[in-house]
Write a protein that binds this ligand. Sequence first.
Ligand code: GDP
Ligand code: MG
Length: 163
Amino acid sequence: MKPVLALVGRPNVGKSTLFNRLTKSRDAIVADFAGLTRDRHYGNGRQGKHEYIVIDTGGFEPDATSGIYKEMAKQTRQAVAEADVVIFVVDARAGLSAQDHDIANYLRRLGKPCVLVANKAEGMTEGHQLADFYELGLGEVYPVSAAHGQGIRSLVDLALAPL
Ligand code: GDP
Ligand code: MG
């Protein structure tokens, strides 16, 4: 079985763009991967020597109690449960948000391997723009640009190297 990466983060940080980049696809792929449920968004990916499965998620609202948000939170939890590594995506341009803290708390409690990725970091050369994200307590912050395809290869190397 290929390793599974789950993309987690609040809405609009660029998870689906990163999904497309990681799978080199433009379209939603709803595929039949053995052992995985089908109501989330799966894709096959390959970077260099690594082959993997990516799960996109709709967003994350840890306190959601009803409707679409509850469903998204449920799907996110299920995606995280299926993942070997969680890719937690934050928005380097928008900066740290309360929702990021909620998600980080959730992920820290799980204790699953987690890579913190600051997306939309194209053209950001100043390290201090990412410094706030260290507050999340998840270690190193990796800048990428899903839209521009920057940092993707090293992200995959980093996420999958320990497996
Ligand atoms: P999701 O809600 O987390 O799945 O986010 P989307 O992938 O739908 O992206 C949300 C918005 O951010 C869209 O307008 C994307 O074009 C934009 N976006 C995604 N990645 C990048 C990036 O690397 N740089 C910039 N500047 N915008 C991005
Ligand atoms: Mg999306």
